[in-house]
Design a protein around this ligand. Structure first.
Ligand SMILES: Nc1ncnc2c1ncn2[C@@H]1O[C@H](COP(=O)(O)OP(=O)(O)O)[C@@H](O)[C@H]1O
Ligand SMILES: [Mg+2]
Length: 406
């Protein structure tokens, strides 16, 4: 017991000790896996810290056990700089799967001493794939399709083989760059749509922030029909409770009281990252106090939140200008600030509570810059939300007395 390690895992991509909820989302993925012909690809979306990356990790074994192969990585912005870059990314990922597949034997003349001949396997490794790519005439999309079809001609005879899932996390980084005449995002969509029409079971599974799906639809309207969107939202209260309690069920020196659990549930509001963060901090304190006094203690929420603000919020907040902060403060006084809000609501509220109110067109402009800064996003219905979960609560903590100056 003395060496019981704090089990909670706040941190991007860190698998939680107990992954709560997500039953429906898992079922939706399993349904997608049953397709014979790929008619639907999947998007996994949600705010930062909601659990996209760890959920992907959970889906991988499900896919593999039902006969799919799984390739892919995080998409960096540089991967989608040019069409060549994204093509290289796909070839490299695919080659991890195919590099041991033998396509032919090549006679190797040993020109050394003996003059003997040996046979060498030619495999579908990266060099081979990029050879097919570079010798295919036409556009990058033609070359890429040729490689995928080539690979498929070998894979299709494998036993118990359903298809390949190309999984890309942080896919909101994908972009077309019209000014440079580079369309890597459109390329990806075009290529997959085209090979899926040819009945090749290569599927896309993209994970990313809520900006992802609108971005794809902007690039290619057919993306709307091509993807099934699964949104990871907040955990329900019972699910949050499980995320808190399950990790310390066995062999733990201290457990949370009813009171502590409900305080954590209430504060984290179902956001997985916050649950892990608060639990980790709290549990450290509990263990220490328990070993010193043997008594159970209450959650030091104020100091935990101060730490959360420093770790999670301050970086983004620090980059906002004074006028942007003022606008965000106005937003934080809206009743629905943690859901959605409109330009008009912000502008009206600003007339009520600040000296130099924002006109609608001004709000519009500022929201655009806040979107660029990653603090706000605009949904498909033209309404706005904070791009960071519980930003409204953070803002209220910044201005505890009067939320907005007079
Ligand atoms: N279902 C869940 N139950 C408990 N904790 C979770 C759950 N999903 C995610 N977490 C935790 O939340 C944090 C954020 O997860 P992550 O997958 O990095 O989110 P995202 O990729 O959406 O930004 C991690 O600390 C992770 O352990
Ligand atoms: Mg992630």
């Amino acid at each position: 017991m003395a060496n019981f390690v704090n089990p909670y895992r706040p941190g991007a991509g860190h698998m939680p000790p107990y992954l709560a909820g997500r039953k429906e989302e898992k079922k939706e993925f399993e349904r997608i896996l049953e397709q014979e012909t790929v008619l639907e690809n999947m998007i996994l979306t949600g705010l930062r810290g909601v659990g996209k990356t760890v959920f992907l990790e959970k889906l991988k074994p499900l896919a593999i056990s039902s006969g799919w192969r799984w390739v892919g990585t995080d998409l960096s912005e540089s991967a989608s700089l040019t069409e060549e870059h994204i093509a290289t990314r796909l070839l490299a990922d695919l080659s991890t799967l195919t590099s041991s597949i033998v396509v032919s034997k090549k006679t190797k003349h040993d020109l050394g001493f003996s003059g003997s001949e040996t046979e060498e396997n030619v495999t579908l490794d990266y060099n081979h794939l990029s050879g097919v790519f570079s010798t295919t005439p036409g556009l990058v999309s033609d070359k890429l399709k040729a490689v995928l079809e080539h690979v498929w001609s070998f894979l299709k005879d494998e036993e118990k083989f359903k298809g390949v899932i190309f999984t890309y996390d942080e896919a909101q980084n994908l972009s077309d760059h019209a000014n440079k005449d580079q369309y890597p995002l459109s390329l990806l969509l075009d290529v997959f749509q085209s090979i899926q029409k040819k009945d090749i079971p290569f599927m896309l599974l993209l994970a990313g922030l809520p900006t992802l799906f609108p971005k794809l639809v902007d690039a290619r309207t057919f993306a709307e029909r091509m993807f099934h969107v699964v949104t990871l939202g907040r955990l329900t209260d019972p699910e949050s409770e499980k995320a808190i309690r399950e990790p310390v069920k066995k062999d733990a020196p201290v457990v949370f009281t009813e009171e502590s659990v409900s305080l954590i549930v209430k504060t984290a509001r179902g956001y997985p990252y916050f649950i892990q963060f608060i639990c980790r901090e709290t549990y450290d304190v509990f263990i220490q106090q328990h070993s010193e006094t043997g008594a159970s203690s209450s959650v030091p929420m104020a100091s935990i939140l101060a730490k959360l603000d420093a770790d999670f919020f301050d970086g983004r907040w620090g980059r906002a200008t004074d006028r942007q902060r003022e606008l965000l403060r106005v937003v934080s006084t809206l009743e629905n600030c943690n859901e959605e809000f409109s330009v008009q609501e912000i502008s009206e509220k600003s007339k009520e509570i600040i000296e130099k109110p924002f006109s609608s067109s001004h709000v519009n402009q500022m929201l655009a810059s806040l979107i660029k800064a990653g603090l706000i996003y605009k949904n498909r219905f033209g309404r706005y939300s904070f791009a960071i979960p519980l930003m409204g609560e953070f803002l209220k903590r910044q201005y505890p007395e009067t939320p907005v100056p007079r």
